[in-house]
Design a protein around this ligand. Structure first.
Ligand code: BTX
Length: 246
């Protein structure tokens, strides 16, 4: 294999050189009753984003999915997505990248004049009853040792921003931070706020076919975003968020 993941992590690590999607493999493991497993691949041939979008995942990136079974209602699951964003942004900063979080789940590198480039994305999937999650798969995709030419427009990588990163150590740091916050969910929002680029920005958010424009204010205890619009304050639980030029 190109990299070995003999990690000191609170998760069992399953490494693949190539896989269609680490989220799909983690879901398979969920079906066989596993938990606290991380699936890592050097390359994905069928990487998925949200809403059936394609996620480009050539060899050299960090593509991983964490499978766990937290004792929480589904309404608290977004905190796991935010915890993954915090873990990823912090690890990227430790690698020398000026990383920040764009609500809800993108890790970006802010540029001049309101511009930004996408460094990483998170895709959380789950199954469960109304009162209790059965399993949760948190997929994290980070453009690590890749070059702009290998990535879609608007993307950047750790390598382009700060040079080649040691992926083993990077993954280790992501998992450590994620583990720290999953057992301390109340600390997720404050940590997220410290790394967030969205509050204070003018944003356009697409939610289920409708569009909302205004100034992002803050996130609430569940990670929902409050936006000040001309028609008053609106709270959005999920959607596609674009930062607009000031
Ligand atoms: P998203 O729906 O927010 O973003 C998807 C969009 O991002 C695409 O439509 C494209 O415009 C852009 N994009 C695609 N590939 C990249 C890339 N490598 N870098 C930057 N931008 C890109 C975000 O979805 C959630 C992505 C999760 C990916 C992880 S990888 C491990 C796990 N397995 C899996 O199949 N998905 C997750």
């Amino acid at each position: 294999p190109a990299i070995e993941y003999g990690l000191e992590a609170p998760f069992a690590v399953e490494y693949h050189e190539t896989l269609a999607s680490t989220n799909d493999r983690a879901r398979e493991l969920a079906g066989s009753g596993e938990t606290d497993v991380v699936v890592v691949a050097d390359e994905q041939t069928g990487g998925r984003g949200r809403l059936e979008r394609v996620w480009d995942a050539p060899a050299g990136g960090v593509w991983l999915s964490i499978l766990c079974r937290p004792e929480i209602p589904p309404a608290r699951a977004p905190l796991y997505t935010l915890a993954a964003a915090v873990a990823t942004a912090r690890a990227a900063r430790e690698a020398g990248v000026d990383a920040a979080i764009k609500w809800p789940n993108d890790v970006i590198v802010p540029g001049d004049g309101g511009d930004y480039r996408k460094l990483a994305g998170i895709l959380t999937e789950m199954e469960g009853e109304t009162d209790r999650v059965a399993w949760l798969v948190v997929g994290i995709g980070v453009n690590a040792n890749l070059e702009a030419a290998d990535l879609p427009e608007g993307a950047t990588s750790i390598c382009d921003e700060a040079g080649v990163v040691g992926r083993r150590r990077f993954v280790q740091r992501v998992l450590e931070t994620f583990d720290e916050y999953r057992s301390n969910l109340d600390a997720v929002i404050p940590a997220w706020r410290d790394l967030a680029a969205t509050p204070g920005q003018r944003v356009r958010i697409e939610v289920a076919g409708t569009e909302l424009v205004g100034r992002a204010v803050d996130v609430d205890g569940h990670g929902a975003l409050t936006v000040a619009t001309d028609e008053g304050e609106r709270t959005v639980t999920t959607g596609d968020c674009e930062h607009l030029r000031p």
